[in-house]
Design a protein around this ligand. Sequence first.
Ligand code: FE2
Length: 158
Amino acid sequence: MPLIHWTPDFSVGVNSLDTDHKVLISLINQLDDAIRAGEPSATISKVLDALLDYTDYHFAREEQLMRACGYPEIDAHLRTHHTLRAQVHDIRERYRRNAESMHGREVLAFLKNWLTAHIVGRDKLYSPFMQGAAQKVQEADRAFGAISEAPLSVAAGG
Ligand SMILES: [Fe+2]
């Protein structure tokens, strides 16, 4: 059973951002599976790398769309992203230095809370602003998609 289930309660009303959140949830679930199955540390490292990469990608998109709709609380949100990114980075580095020192359950509890509290607690606040400027948001989303490579293959492993 997956650690986190995406439910419509998580929706921020913008398809691309909901999709990103689903990918992040899937990566955290993959990490949970890998730790439970006692996978080798190389596999766990790979999932952590994918999680960090996708977090960067998703935050960049979200930041672009918040700018496009003139979200007034953008600065506070950017600070949150900065902290969240640093926390995941720190987990990955600690794991690289000493895989034994990482307590899987604690890390997963942290990531689960990290993601659900961020989406429900923070991301939802921009939702009405994005919906009120749907046209601009869509254009910014298309522009973002055009300049970035779609990294959806991260979830496929390989
Ligand atoms: Fe988000």
